[in-house]
Design a protein around this ligand. Structure first.
Ligand SMILES: Nc1ncnc2c1ncn2[C@@H]1O[C@H](COP(=O)(O)OP(=O)(O)O)[C@@H](O)[C@H]1O
Ligand SMILES: [Mg+2]
Length: 321
């Protein structure tokens, strides 16, 4: 399979506290050396606890945030060098958790969608524009009645569907979906997820699906990458990772997830959740997971395990594997 996006040792450090006269300035290592391939047509779930760096990595892949180190390749070219090209900019779109912060409250649904469609196709005539917008609304399970509405007049689920429609209006190749159902009612969650899966087929999308919910991973993803304190600690096909996780952190996530239990995922009480993730400003020297790991030994405190291949399609970063 061909990688459409390739991350090579990507880093993003945010200043956190000024230090004295700029000396000793501290940084939150939000993304701390991530190498990851995203294959064409796959849904790659990016999973981890809050603060692990998922959103930062998602924004980098979407071209919205430039990394401080490493490279992001889009079809072999440096993404941040070619972003100025309109054809490239439209290829990667992102949808975020909160549609209120991504939709302009002063634009009607019609305005929002026509802006997006015109961005891709500036010469489109008005009748075709309306046709395209209505088509898009239908795909999203919305009607023409929504055209004149402002975000304030829509439900949370409707707003999120408009945000997804806007992203699709420019016909992207890659969609970064960052916790897109976390803020919508449970009752419309399944509807939006089903819709997303249909859209994936229809538009032949490659998706990076960011979530902290293992149940969602099982429902939508082909592959999973587990993130901990700015690093990928395990990567592989969802079914294999759920049945036979390699990294102790993956074991902890699965053991403590009721929805993973429901689909028969790995459980081992030895790995039940304990402690909190370390601060990305001052993480442990060796393995970042060492402070919570039930199988850590002395060397884990001093040696940082690299993410290395374990089999043809799986990787893990643990000295004990
Ligand atoms: N704009 C920012 N400025 C400073 N720190 C940030 C910024 N964005 C994220 N961080 C920090 O980077 C780390 C990772 O954040 P984030 O990528 O949002 O994680 P996640 O999406 O997994 O919850 C956190 O410690 C967070 O506080
Ligand atoms: Mg996030």
């Amino acid at each position: 399979m061909e990688a459409v996006v390739r991350l090579i040792d990507v880093r993003k450090y945010f200043p956190a506290g000024a230090g004295i006269l700029g000396f000793g300035r501290k940084y939150a290592r939000a993304v701390d050396g991530v190498s990851l391939d995203v294959y064409g047509g796959e849904v790659l779930a990016l999973v981890g606890e809050s603060g692990s760096g998922k959103s930062t990595l998602g924004k980098i892949v979407a071209g919205l945030l430039e990394p401080d180190g490493g490279k992001v390749l889009y079809r072999g070219e440096d993404l941040f060098r070619i972003l100025g090209r309109r054809d490239v900019r439209h290829k990667i779109q992102a949808v975020f958790q909160n549609p209120d912060s991504s939709l302009n409250p002063r634009l009607t649904v019609f305005d929002t969608l026509s802006e997006a469609i015109k961005a891709r196709n500036p010469k489109l005539g008005n009748s075709h524009l309306l046709e395209e917008i209505v088509k898009l609304l239908k795909v999203m399970g919305l009607s023409e009645d929504h055209l004149v509405k402002y975000p304030g007049e829509l439900s949370g689920g409707e707003k999120q569907r408009i945000a997804i429609a806007r992203a699709l209006a420019v016909e992207p190749e890659i969609l970064v979906a960052d916790e897109i159902v976390s803020s919508v009612d449970v009752s419309v969650r399944a509807h939006i997820l089903n819709l997303l899966m249909d859209l994936k087929e229809m538009y032949k999308l490659t998706m990076i699906f960011i979530t902290h919910d293992m149940g969602l991973v099982w429902a939508v993803a082909d592959r999973i990458a587990i993130m901990y304190t700015g690093k990928i600690v395990e990567e592989g096909p969802v079914e294999e990772v759920f049945k036979d996780p390699l990294h102790p952190y993956t074991k902890m996530l699965l053991t403590s997830s009721p929805s993973a239990k429901l689909v028969g995922a790995y459980v081992d009480e030895k790995f039940k959740a304990r402690g909190e993730p370390p601060s990305p400003i001052d993480p442990p020297k060796g393995c970042k997971f060492v402070t919570r790991c039930p199988i850590a030994t002395k060397e884990c405190w001093t040696q940082e395990p690299p993410l290395k291949p374990v089999s043809a399609n799986r990787k893990a970063a643990c000295l004990k594997i």
